[in-house]
Write a protein that binds this ligand. Structure first.
Ligand code: NAD
Length: 507
């Protein structure tokens, strides 16, 4: 849905957060936030003006002067408090998330929980941001490093994890001493805003966390702003590539986590029931709107005969509104997403793939207007078909076959994306070969969605990522800081002067 003018008076408006205040935008451009199960308009979100983006950045720049010097313990305690507040409000946050995004309530809790883990990690900032020290690198000389914050950093987030992904970004940026400007997805900004309210309640000072809403123009304003030092982006490959190049061109650090096509190899020795459960959950959960969803199953050898079992398993999943008990697959986020996914299913048949299970037009009593598509399975899928080459981002599983593990690995390595992959097998040798030879940044062994916990970083690779360092974990501490190396010698009065040294060596 395109942005329209003037907010409807009876519908709540989503606020901007500038200088510690939640304020109404003065823009004339607004967009509806819509419940994807009912089409009810939940709120209207502003597309911020250039002046509002400038005000958010100016407030972050001012706040940086004191925040950068705030004691580590004081920073850490804010995130200890925030994790407690998020736990206390889990039910409310999940309900808000389900209403605007569509995923089931248990999955919405999972979305919040995976972000909460990063908040807990941010509370460990004392040990994460330690520098190094080498004693006596030359006579009386020590060298040590300081990991210093950069200044104002920005985050741009997608619709599919409106709690987890903002929480990947602002807690670690702020814990390392930076101030932040967040641009949430305009499709589901409400749960993100509630998390920001909790962050302020936890003690984040005015100006340290700011939020602007909008689309292309606001994102471009962030990319170009000379007072922003680093951008974290998560979203589609098309937009991420644009953000990366535009941000780099204006001298920023940029990390972009982007689109995917995640393959799972199924070896014939895999535990069949566990594998079918894992594939169905990872392909159709969250209506396939996960960047780490399994979207291609590569059945190897005799596992190629498992397609009917996969179809039978997929048929056990219940499609419906995320608020209803027992539902496995909620609606797609928008009417536009529904049109795109159903269009691609049509295209798959036209391209010659076999439609084994057609999830279009499921019956969902009471929710006739919802953007529902049920589990859909194609077999005989090959590179060159649109359903293989494009990210569908819906509950559609493409099944391909391979004679052996080498052929399966070759297929995956030839695909440009590198977000995630998995193998299902009982063979340690096969698993180890896969882990060694596969050119994908996140690997699951009998684990279908191998998103690392925050002790590690998110390490999608190749076409799924631009920039060197990933979100959260140790890598993001380096992303959000400048390493300063200090080489120091202290003299006491009795030290004998060595005279002038015109060489590079430390005498
Ligand atoms: P999107 O690229 O459409 O939007 C992401 C952000 O960019 C939003 O904040 C949006 O407002 C902004 N944006 C949209 N169009 C823009 C434009 N033309 N110019 C500048 N900014 C623009 O992505 P989405 O549809 O919200 O999210 C789904 C995509 O995100 C999928 O491709 C998915 O794979 C990817 N994703 C990747 C990861 C990962 O970690 N690799 C995680 C989650 C989602």
């Amino acid at each position: 849905m395109d942005a329209t003018t003037a907010p409807a008076t009876q519908v709540a408006t989503v606020k901007l957060l500038i200088g510690g205040q939640f304020v109404e935008s003065k823009t004339t451009e607004w967009r509806d936030v819509v419940n994807p199960a009912t089409q009810e308009v939940l709120a209207r979100v502003p597309f911020a003006t250039q002046a509002e983006v400038d005000a958010a950045v100016a407030s972050a720049k001012e706040a940086f002067k004191t925040w950068r010097k705030t004691a580590i313990g004081a920073r850490a305690r804010i995130f200890l408090k925030l994790q407690q507040l998020i736990r206390e409000h889990m039910g409310e946050l999940a309900a808000l998330l389900t209403a605007e995004q569509g995923k089931t309530l248990p999955d919405a809790e999972g979305d919040v929980f995976r972000g909460l883990e990063v908040v807990e990690h941010a509370a460990n900032i004392g040990t994460l941001q330690l520098g190094e020290l080498a004693n006596n690198v030359a006579g009386g000389v020590d060298t040590y490093t300081l990991l210093q914050p950069l200044g104002v950093c920005a985050g741009i987030t997608p619709f599919n994890f409106p709690a987890m992904i903002p929480l990947w970004m602002f807690p670690m940026a702020i814990a390392t001493g930076n101030t932040f400007v967040l641009k949430p997805s305009e499709q589901d900004p409400m749960v993100t805003m509630r998390l920001c309210e909790l962050a302020l309640e936890a003690g984040i000072p005015p100006g340290v966390l700011n939020v602007v809403h909008g689309g292309e123009a606001v994102v471009n304003a962030i990319c170009d702003h000379q007072d922003i030092k680093a951008i974290s982006f998560v979203g589609s490959t098309k937009v991420g590539t644009h953000v990366y190049h535009r941000g780099i061109a204006s001298g920023k650090r940029v990390q972009c986590m982007m689109g995917a096509k995640n393959h799972a190899i199924v070896m014939p020795d895999a535990n069949k029931e566990q594998t079918l459960n894992a594939l169905a959950g990872a392909a159709f959960g969250a209506a396939g709107q996960r960047c780490m969803a399994v979207s291609v199953a590569v059945l190897v050898g005799e596992a190629r005969l498992w397609v009917p079992d996969l179809v039978a398993k997929a048929k056990t999943l219940k499609v419906g509104a995320g608020t209803e008990k027992g539902v496995d697959v909620g609606p797609l986020v928008s009417c536009a997403a529904y049109e795109r996914v159903t269009g691609l299913i049509e295209r798959g048949t036209a391209d010659g793939a076999t439609l084994e299970l057609d999830g279009r037009k499921p019956t969902v009593p009471g929710y006739e207007k919802g953007n529902f598509v049920g589990p859909t399975i194609f077999s005989g899928v090959k590179p060159g078909m649109t359903i293989y080459d494009q990210e569908i981002f819906g509950p559609v599983l493409c099944v391909a076959g391979a004679a052996d593990i080498d052929e399966a690995i070759e297929m995956i390595n030839a695909n440009p994306n590198g977000n995630g992959t998995a193998i299902f097998t009982q063979s340690g040798a096969a698993a180890r070969k896969f882990q060694e030879e596969i050119d994908v940044g996140q690997v699951g062994i009998n684990v279908p969605i191998p998103v690392p916990v925050p002790l590690f970083s998110f390490t999608g690779s190749r076409g799924s990522k631009l920039g060197d360092l990933g979100p959260y974990g140790k890598q993001v501490v380096l992303f959000y800081t400048q390493t300063k190396t200090v080489t120091a010698r202290w003299f006491d009065d009795s030290t004998v002067a060595h005279g002038v040294n015109t060489t590079i060596s430390l005498k």
